[in-house]
Design a protein around this ligand. Structure first.
Ligand code: ADP
Ligand code: MG
Length: 676
């Protein structure tokens, strides 16, 4: 099997004009196979206007009748309406925020518009994703449209593809022959050709299905192979008896919830059987994940190992340190805290104790992966908010021990349906129960007119000893204008709205010491109100805080809102979340409604997934899963499911070396499977 014609650099295989080279490199199209795997984003039906169907992606060609800019009620939106007619009818193209188009699309010009079409009030309209002036005459019915990139048109890609399409015949089929026959899948080479240059709709559908199925199948087998390669390392099975389990539980000032106990049981099984633990622990904020992680650490300590707990922020690392030291204060277990900005002498002393084994549990930020950190015998890595770390950082922490166990934690739940399929081969534990004594947070969406009313209610709560977060969104932590807004917002709260209360501010541009001071004052009760940018999202545990106001709530994603809400509702008092904002899109209205209606993190994650799609899903972006070329975890769920079942049924007949070669070919070095 010679794959070099496929892995050959594209610019050696064909003549690449200088104009398109930057775009190709931006799209990471380096090798011939990368180009073949660069599939159209959509296919436009070239039709006359009177042949359109609502909802279809179409490409129509006609003459510009008029183009004018319209004012809209939504202040920020600029609308341009362009009327285009062909021999059969007229269509209105609607462009957003491109007022200059009226100077380009002049009456009488010929134009081709591509995009989704709609029919309402007896008229056709389109929101074009693409337009082309003086287009070449139409040739066939289905026109591929590739992902947009500056300087690289669909025609350019088609031209390049034409000269390498022959090589698709060399792409190996990862599937056992029996499966291809049973499912009557289109052969690989034909599928590539039809996916790029479809003869007709039916062939296109068959081609895409055949390619998606193969893609998912390869990944499923790849996952299984990875598990097999890990199972054979037999070290690190520790001894855990009932006595130890009971002793470990006694360290905690509370009784574990049933969900926590169940997860502890799963972890004990992992630790006591050969093979290293590689478990993802999911649970809502405040569900008690950290307590479970500490339990696991205690079992390891008793067997002579050390544990490391890595958190994404200093605030969070400090908090873990405070909580865990508190649990362990009457014991001989020694806990250390390592932060990036420590004085060198202090750090050296701490590192000596870690290297000699005097420190049993080391908690810290990503400083834990620095070269100077050496453990005596690291047996367990706990990675909190695992998706905030990159694959490399997580691997670097593991490298501090000799194949240590890994417990990754995440408060951003991956929807059950999805995780079953994706992580089917991995271990996932879920804490789906909150510790007792928590009262659900009352959540309300406050429109601008009712703000005053909300302030009065907050005033009443504060007078009765409540404490409030006011969260101000910074889309980008380095955005100076927004930071200015956040600061002046805090000033307004302090001077005008709540002059009788003590208001502090914490934001991402402050030094750690300043941040800690502000949070500390709020924790101790010296501040009644903490105005904050998103830094409170992770971490901060102030049980007395019972009010949260989120400004411009429409700018936050669902999972983020849910995470933020987890900061209140931790004490006995009734807690409130007020969402301030004027959502402008249907989607943001929906988001706010979902947050008001449910507290179930998994429901929220499912909704988030539905709205945003898998590709954008917070908790999985860093999962290490390769970016798929044609399949979509979201919309191709059924194909994925089918491939998964078949992959397990046909295990015996699969050629593992062939699968490895295929994965390497298609995904190259980006191929890292689900490395939690
Ligand atoms: P997470 O890491 O999931 O956000 P933590 O482990 O930090 O949650 O727990 C949140 C808070 O709840 C902590 O203050 C912790 O002491 C407390 N807690 C954890 N488990 C229990 C329990 N079973 N009963 C009562 N309180 C608990
Ligand atoms: Mg936590």
């Amino acid at each position: 099997m010679d794959l070099t014609p496929l892995t050959e650099p594209l610019d050696e295989a064909v003549r690449v004009v200088a104009r398109v080279a930057p775009a190709l490199s931006r799209l990471k199209i380096k090798r011939v196979i990368d180009l073949l795997n660069h599939f159209p984003r959509t296919y436009n039906h070239r039709v006359n206007i009177n042949q359109l169907k609502p909802g279809m992606y179409a490409s129509v060609t006609g003459e510009v009748v008029s183009a004018e800019n319209k004012a809209t009620k939504r202040r920020r939106m600029k609308l341009t309406e362009v009327l285009v007619k062909d021999d059969t009818a007229t269509i209105k193209a609607v462009f957003f925020n491109q007022p200059w188009l009226t100077g380009r699309l002049l009456p009488g010009m010929r134009v081709r518009l591509s995009g989704p079409v709609d029919y309402a009030y007896n008229a056709w309209s389109m929101k074009p994703s693409n337009f082309e002036l003086n287009p070449p005459p139409a040739s066939h019915g289905l026109e591929p449209e590739y992902p947009l990139s500056e300087g690289l048109g669909s025609e350019d890609i088609a031209a390049l593809l034409n000269s390498v399409m022959d090589r698709a015949a060399l792409i190996p089929d990862p599937l056992p022959q029996a499966l291809v026959e049973k499912l009557r899948l289109m052969p690989v080479a034909e599928a590539y050709k039809q996916a790029h240059f479809p003869d007709h709709m039916k062939a296109l559908e068959a081609a895409r299905l055949a390619l998606k199925y193969r893609e998912f199948f390869m990944l499923q087998i790849g996952l299984r192979l990875r598990r097999l390669s890990e199972a054979d390392d037999a070290e690190l099975a520790i001894a855990v008896d009932d006595d130890l389990r009971e002793r470990a539980m006694k360290y905690f000032p509370f009784e574990f919830t049933d969900a926590q106990k169940r997860v502890c049981g799963e972890i004990v099984t992992d630790l006591t059987t050969p093979g290293r633990m590689h478990r993802l622990l999911q649970g809502d904020v405040g569900s008690g994940k950290t307590a479970v992680a500490l339990y696991a650490a205690l079992l390891m300590l008793d067997n002579g190992y050390q544990a490391a707990i890595m958190a994404p922020t200093e605030v969070l690392a400090r908090q873990h340190f405070a909580n865990i030291s508190n649990y362990l204060k009457k014991t001989k277990v020694r806990v250390g805290l390592l932060l990036g900005g420590m004085r060198k002498s202090e750090r050296d002393a701490l590192m000596d104790d870690v290297a000699s084994g005097k420190i049993h549990i080391l908690i810290g930020t990503h400083a834990l992966i620095e070269d100077y950190v050496k453990f005596m015998k690291l047996g367990l890595c706990v990675i909190d908010e695992q998706h905030k770390f990159g694959v490399k950082q997580r691997a670097a922490l593991r490298a501090k021990g000799k194949r240590p166990h890994v417990l990754a934690m995440s408060a951003t739940p991956i929807p059950r349906t999805l995780s079953m399929t994706l992580y089917g081969a991995l271990d996932v534990s879920v804490i789906d129960e909150l510790p007792p004594g928590r009262t659900p947070v009352k959540t309300e969406w406050i429109n601008r007119k009712r703000e005053q009313h909300a302030y009065e209610r907050i005033r009443t709560e504060l007078k009765e000893g409540g404490r409030a977060y006011f969260v101000y969104p910074l889309v980008n932590e380095s955005d100076k204008i927004e930071l200015k807004d956040a600061i002046s917002y805090a000033e307004t709260l302090k001077n005008r709205i709540f002059p009788e209360f003590r208001v502090g501010l914490v934001h991402g541009q402050m030094s750690t010491a300043e941040k800690d001071e502000a949070v500390g004052l709020f924790r101790s009760g010296a501040l009644d109100i903490l105005a904050a940018t998103v830094v409170v999202e992770v971490g901060v545990d102030v049980p007395e805080a019972n009010i949260m106001v989120i400004e411009n709530a429409e700018r936050f994603g669902l999972s983020q809102l849910h995470q933020l809400r987890g900061r209140v509702g931790r004490g006995r008092k009734q807690s409130y979340l007020f969402l301030f904002g004027d959502p402008r899109t249907e989607e943001s209205v929906k988001r706010l409604n979902v947050i008001c209606m449910t507290h179930d993190g998994f429901r929220i994650a499912e909704e988030d997934l539905k709205m945003r799609g898998f590709g954008d899903f917070a908790g999985t972006r860093q999962s290490g899963l390769p970016k798929l070329h044609i399949g979509d975890f979201d919309s191709d769920y059924e194909v994925l499911h089918r491939a998964r079942i078949d992959a397990s049924r046909y295990t015996e007949r699969v050629d593992n070396d062939l699968i490895r070669a295929c994965l390497e070919l298609h995904f190259g070095r980006r191929y890292r499977l689900l490395d939690v």
